[in-house]
Design a protein around this ligand. Structure first.
Ligand SMILES: [Zn+2]
Ligand SMILES: [Zn+2]
Ligand SMILES: [Zn+2]
Length: 524
């Protein structure tokens, strides 16, 4: 009798204990973007379910490893993925993940889906996708002999087999990057083979409207909020249910600066239990204002009047389009004559610009842009040219990717343009410290490339106004529904910026702030 009573008592005590403390175990494991900026990728785990938030590429950040070749097995088995936006440091490894066997749905806004498919259509993000590729042996040998800088086409669908004479093929699955290391030449993927894959791939991306509520499992659902960073960008709020209780976990994604002329400003998310916040500029107060756009227009205007070549290395996605829009407005304001040619030379940028033009002409249901852009109906200035001239005329404006000048057309132009005194360089993007643009920003007088060393005679200007990230004041606005009990985790920042931000957040009353670690962050 007594033993029975004791047993009953113990059962009741343990039930109370379970009920109070054992809400489903929630953790967030970071694979990239924690303790650094690039490679954003997190795995939200709730008991046996898991959701990936972003799967981005690493880029060079000082001494940090930036190997993109291997994807962690834990990610492949996740139930689903939510993509915050189309920038490479958040989406650059999605194709790799799918190729490695990830089988879940990929949720994102319709704009993000359309932008990504446009990028994939241009052959982006295949560098580390491992397949059994085949190619022309004749061409491969010729290119090696000539030390050609062109690209050799890689195929993988049997439909292309007959088109490639004297075939050579990889015995095991191998990536275009590994092939480059092996043969010392560049490769690109075949359009036909690519299109076959893209047809299938489209259905994997599920378009989600801002603020809709989407179920992933019976325990997890989520809503997207406009992040105001680039077109289609989103913050994610997850709602996790256990019995009658609910916990909320948010991921800011990258947030807007609050100074974009193109993208509507960010939504403020509701109060949540846990939030992971981007910290690109989270530890600093930025001294920028809309007047800086005027300064940009005037700098170009002055250079053009002095018969100079204005060179603007710029990110392909969203930045090139913002720059074009600004040049267009400078033309309308009478600061740049309509007949000065505006060259946009990177195919990767021009594909996205075309997609933006389509949206500006035929607005979709979600708003990619501010009203002013739809009213103008176009991003393109007069005399917009996408073909590279034999010689650049003076004056002219040249836009090229990448913004860091470490690859693409920008890299190829370093030795041609930097040694010229009549060149005005305008840096409008974030630049890694070790990249050519990073060195230029620090005042380097020589830049070394594989084409030789360029002596810098060009004049260099820096414009922060184009940044699409918030400073500490803008972040505090975004966090205005949170309170001192909200648990805040800082991500997506350089180490010293993260340290500075942590102090600032605590000063502002967010006592429960931490820097998220790479690896597992247990939330409850
Ligand atoms: Zn971004
Ligand atoms: Zn980012
Ligand atoms: Zn092919």
């Amino acid at each position: 009798m007594i033993r029975n009573a004791v047993c009953k008592f113990l059962i009741i005590v343990s039930l109370i204990f379970l009920n109070n403390s054992l809400f489903a175990q929630i953790s967030v494991e970071y694979f990239g973007g924690a303790g650094r900026v690039s490679g954003s990728c997190a795995l939200l785990k709730v008991d046996n379910n898991s959701v990936i938030i972003d799967c981005g590429s690493f880029y060079d950040e000082g001494d940090l490893p930036s190997d993109n070749s291997v994807i962690d097995k834990k990610l492949i088995n996740a139930d689903a993925m939510v993509l915050t936006h189309a920038h490479n440091d958040h989406s650059g490894r999605v194709l790799q993940l799918i190729n490695d066997g990830f089988n879940g749905n990929i949720y994102c806004t319709d704009a993000t889906k359309k932008i990504l498919l446009e990028m994939y259509d241009d052959g982006w993000n295949y560098d580390y996708v491992k397949k059994k590729y085949f190619w022309s042996k004749t061409k491969r040998e010729k290119m090696q002999l000539r030390e050609s800088k062109e690209n050799l086409t890689l195929h993988w669908h049997s439909a292309c087999k007959n088109a490639v004479k004297n075939r050579e093929e990889s015995k095991t699955e191998i990536s275009p990057m590994q092939l480059k290391d092996k043969y010392g030449i560049n490769f690109k993927v075949c359009k036909n083979c690519l299109n076959k894959d893209l047809e299938k791939l489209q259905d994997r991306f599920i378009s989600v409207e801002y603020k809709d509520n989407i179920d992933i499992t019976d325990k997890i659902n989520f809503s997207l909020y406009n992040a105001g960073h680039i077109s289609g960008s989103a913050s994610v709020v997850f709602y996790i249910y256990d019995d009658n209780k609910i916990k909320t976990v948010a991921f800011s994604g990258d947030l807007g600066s609050g100074y974009s002329k193109v993208t509507p400003d960010k939504d403020i998310i509701p109060r949540v239990d846990y939030v992971f916040v981007e910290t690109t500029y989270g530890g600093v107060k930025k001294d920028i204002s809309n007047v800086d756009y005027q300064k940009f227009q005037e700098t170009i205007s002055g250079a053009v009047k002095n018969n100079k070549i204005v060179w603007i290395p710029s990110l392909s996605l969203h930045r090139t389009q913002k720059v074009l829009f600004e040049i267009k407005q400078a033309q309308v304001n009478g600061l740049i004559p309509y007949d000065v040619p505006v060259y946009s030379l990177s195919p990767s940028s021009n594909g996205i610009t075309e997609r933006y033009e389509k949206e500006a002409n035929f607005p979709s249901r979600d708003r990619w842009f501010k009203n002013e852009v739809y009213q103008t109906g176009s991003f393109l200035p007069e005399n917009y040219i996408t073909k590279k001239p034999k010689e650049f005329p003076v004056p002219c404006i040249v836009i090229s990717a990448s913004g860091m000048m470490d690859q693409g057309v920008s890299y190829g132009l370093i030795n041609k343009l930097l040694p010229l005194e009549n060149v005005e360089v305008c840096l409008v993007s974030y630049v890694g410290p070790k990249t050519p643009a990073g060195k230029l920003k620090k005042g380097a007088k020589h830049i070394r490339t594989t084409y030789g060393t360029a002596k810098v005679a060009a004049n260099v200007n820096i414009f922060d106004i184009f940044s699409d990230h918030p400073d500490i004041d803008e972040l505090m606005k975004w966090l205005s529904n949170q309170d001192s009990s909200t648990k805040i985790y800082l991500v997506h920042g350089d180490k010293d910026i993260l340290d500075k931000a942590l102090i600032l957040y605590k000063q502002k009353g967010f006592e429960n702030t931490k820097i998220a670690v790479k690896g597992i962050n247990v939330l409850n």
